[in-house]
Design a protein around this ligand. Sequence first.
Ligand code: PLP
Length: 409
Amino acid sequence: MEKLAIDGGQPVRTKPFPSGKKVGEEELEQLREVIESGNMFQGAKVQEFREGFAKMYGSKYCVSSTSGTASIHVGVAMVNPNPSDEIITSPITDIGTIIPIIYQNCIPIFADIEPYTWNMDAADLERKITEKTKAIIVVHLFGNAADMDAIMAVAKRHNIPVIEDCSQAHRSTYRGKLVGTIGEIGCFSLQQSKHMTTGDGGMTITDDDDYGARGTFFVDKGWQRGLPGARQYIMLGMNYRMTELQAAVGIAQLGKVEQVTTLRNRNGDLLTELISDVNGIATQGVIEGSKHTYWQYGFTVDSDANFTADQFSQALSKEGISCGAHYIGKPIFLCQQALVNKTIFGDSHHPFDLPAARKDVEYTEGLCPVTEAILNRMVTIGISQFLAEEDILDIAKGIRKVAEGLARK
Ligand SMILES: Cc1ncc(COP(=O)(O)O)c(C=O)c1O
């Protein structure tokens, strides 16, 4: 048996993993056109990028914005909630899913995840629905589709719109359908680490005419331009306008995202195949007929294993494979002290103390036990489109070696 690197043995991997640039000549060419035009404010490039993104998803409307967080804020504004309305979402996500709910004076409610996909559990979603529920935000964690048939069935039963947070899931599919096109609204982050990027940026897609119009005004200060007479701000909005510079990069990225996500899917699925028989760990489950695009690769250590996620990730790092434990560490609502204290705006308890608000909402440990258990046992590995088969073989070798080595201790 090979000695673990953490015990002084030879690491599985000594040469660095390949990396690469996400941007190049195609982006430069587009950017040059913008600079030569002299206009960086939203114009022809933003329009072209929106149209291209909408076409790629077959959606009627596409609203561009400045971040994934903004794209979700657009989605929330589209459904036009009243202050104190509740929006149900998933507890394993970036805070960017939650900020828009709070800024729109709504109350975030968390449905637990199910242990197979690590995404929203439709049964718990249904338990969390009240007469105050205005929308559902589903997160496709790491690029892995949530169980959309079950979630959409609950949503339809209660007549509640579904917003899909596809920040980590560009071009992922659920039973052959692109995520982002299954619910009423799809949101995407274009931040640097994402499958396609403009540095920072966001896109929101929908087929609904009212949502499309509201979203378009919302990102432009609520301004209905082009009307005669005094300016007309027909709703409260933000300035979330994408610039021509971002859109120029985005147009070039449209031509790359399919290949990026295909390669990531190939690499992630290969890794799953190679480690599926390793004792003591379980990989994130993919629903049959769906395509995971692996923004990150995740697995859990078994609850009855004689090692923890921390021990596993420390040993695996020593084998030359960079990894981490616990992802965000705790359910997202416990990561935001203002939410825990329900003291968000100044020293008020707004919106929790609004007369129409439900008074028994709390953000405490134990609220989402499956989420806590999965995060506690989660190990994540960054895999990318730049890795070749031999790199994945090394990662698999390292995982197997560590699982077997720690089990012997
Ligand atoms: C699931 C999820 N939602 C929302 C966001 C927010 O996106 P951004 O950082 O572009 O604002 C992120 C960013 O990492 C994310 O991963």
